[in-house]
Design a protein around this ligand. Structure first.
Ligand code: PRP
Ligand code: URA
Length: 214
């Protein structure tokens, strides 16, 4: 599948991101290192995803003179991790935007049907005016991201970005077709899904690798 014509899909090409993604794929990368790398990748991707944040000129007195100089306008950002694995990306983005509010959406994939099941939703309120960055390291079938974003829209969210570290073409297609109005940032587009709806080559179960569970 070729997504290059879709102006709302951004596939990262920075060598630092590519390098760190290769490190988290490695089955020998342990929990501590994995967690640090996920956070670093999220920060590098966040730098790209937040490049259109609105600025406003404010007055600042330098040691030389007073000037008008741009700063991020207001405190209008919300980060929404999809639990659990999305939690691993939050620190990377708050390192860039420490005043962002943080919401949570709990989703797990049913192991048999692979359908997402929602179990928690708490979003900053009001959400309408905020730029909302939904984060989850993995976009596989796309079911979890599609439902999480539908839920955010249902609560009034309008300016939505989705950020994942690894996507399967199947999930990227589903998400971009179901929510064509959102911007999607992808660290790497992998080959395909396997029969268990895991991404190939992927990195395995992101939640288990971040939290050291099985
Ligand atoms: C993983 C991942 C995504 C979802 C992606 O979560 O973090 O949320 O699967 O799959 P999909 O695109 O097919 O919906 P999981 O359900 O394993 O829950 P966890 O984060 O709690 O481990
Ligand atoms: N969820 C994961 O954590 N990994 C996959 O490859 C697919 C879904």
């Amino acid at each position: 599948m070729d997504f290059s014509a879709n102006k709302n899909i951004f596939i990262m090409d920075h060598p630092l991101i590519k390098h760190k993604i290769s490190m988290i794929r490695d089955e020998n990368t342990g929990t501590n290192e994995f967690r640090k790398l996920v956070e670093e990748i999220a920060m590098l991707m966040g730098y790209e995803a937040l490049r259109d944040l609105p600025l406003e000129d404010v007055e600042v007195k330098t040691p030389i003179e007073t000037c008008m100089t741009p700063m991020i306008a207001g405190k209008k950002l919300a980060i929404v991790p999809i639990l659990r694995a999305g939690l691993g990306m939050v620190g990377g983005i708050t390192a860039l935007a420490p005043t962002a509010k943080i919401g949570h959406i709990g989703m797990y994939r049913d192991p048999e049907s692979h359908q997402p099941q929602e179990y928690y939703c708490k979003l900053p309120s009001p959400i309408e005016q905020r730029t909302i960055v939904v984060v989850d390291p993995m976009l596989a079938t796309g079911g979890s991201a599609v439902d999480a974003i539908s839920q955010i829209k249902h609560h009034g969210g309008k300016h939505i970005k989705f950020m994942c570290i690894i996507a399967a073409p199947e999930g990227l297609k589903k998400l971009s077709e179901t929510h064509p109005d959102i911007q999607i940032y992808v660290g790497n587009l992998d080959r395909c899904l396997n029969e268990n709806a895991y991404i190939c080559p992927g990195l395995g179960d992101a939640g288990d690798r971040i939290f050291g569970t099985k």
